[in-house]
Design a protein around this ligand. Structure first.
Ligand SMILES: Nc1ncnc2c1ncn2[C@@H]1O[C@H](COP(=O)(O)OP(=O)(O)O)[C@@H](O)[C@H]1O
Ligand SMILES: [Mg+2]
Length: 251
């Protein structure tokens, strides 16, 4: 029984834009899956449907035990409140549900390596650190499913690499299921156990690629022959997804 079942999902917006699908996908508990596709192919739409923020036009989302799990959402923009200190921003999600759990907030701040900045304001932090706050806020509710929507796309390469490393460490220790949306081939291969490649809009699955390299993954993995080979395979799938659209005559 899979943790998350996506069955026959499509999304057509009110203006007639066909954004997504039809799409079927099963996600295993505790797995790390990257969803890779070109800009505008419906990745954010898919995550929003999974999170219950938007309805699908057709199809449905199911969870293994029938209950919606605790979910955390990390967006491309860190969306912090500028007048709140780091720990107050991290506490926000819990607070909105009436929970005051300082230990949990503290634990989330520690997991992203911000213990020295718990009292800082967002304006005092770099872009990478702000993203760490955003991740800590999502972790504070101890999600069973962490949905991440191109969280590192706006960061420089070095910072992005650091956050990739730290995200894997957090995932390994906390054990949640990860769905990570990206348009970066290299990021998907570095992070994921499985890469689901989507076509251009409306996003459909063009390939589903396993990445068997063990964790922890670091520089050895980034520089390995297997990494380069999978990156080539993923790039080819992306190109195939593009040609699908052109061949369909809608592009
Ligand atoms: N509320 C909306 N109304 C109409 N079209 C939308 C809406 N939201 C997104 N779209 C369109 O749906 C497509 C998929 O969007 P999105 O899921 O944001 O793509 P991605 O995240 O892969 O870049 C895009 O063409 C986008 O312009
Ligand atoms: Mg998007």
């Amino acid at each position: 029984m899979s943790f998350l079942t996506i069955a026959g999902i499509t999304k057509t917006f009110a203006d007639g834009t066909q954004a997504l699908g039809p799409l079927d996908l099963n996600i295993d508990q505790g797995s790390f899956t990257a969803i890779l596709g070109p800009s505008g192919c419906g990745k954010s739409t898919l995550l929003r449907i999974i999170a219950g923020l938007n309805p699908a036009s057709q199809g449905g989302i199911g969870f293994g035990d029938g209950l919606k799990p605790e979910m955390g959402f990390v967006f491309q923009e860190p969306t912090l409140m500028p007048w709140r200190r780091v720990h107050e921003n991290v506490a926000l999600g819990l607070e909105m549900r009436g929970i005051d759990d300082r230990a949990q907030v503290q634990d989330a701040i520690m997991r992203v390596g911000l213990e020295k900045f718990a009292n800082a304001f967002p304006r005092q932090l770099s872009g990478g650190m702000r993203m760490r706050v955003s991740i800590a806020r999502a972790l504070a509710s101890r999600p069973a499913l962490l949905l991440m929507d191109e969280p590192f796309a706006a960061l420089d390469e070095i910072t992005r690499g650091d956050l990739n490393d730290d995200l894997l460490t957090v995932w390994q220790s906390a054990g949640f299921t990860s769905l990570f949306v990206t348009h970066s081939v290299f990021e998907s291969v570095f992070l994921a156990q499985r890469i689901v490649v989507l076509s251009e809009r409306p996003g459909r699955i063009v390939d589903d690629i396993r990445v068997d390299a063990p964790y922890p993954r670091g520089e050895d993995w980034r520089l390995s022959v297997e990494y380069a080979a999978i990156a080539r395979q993923v790039s080819a799938a992306l190109r195939a997804g593009h040609h699908m659209q052109v061949a369909g005559g809608q592009g």
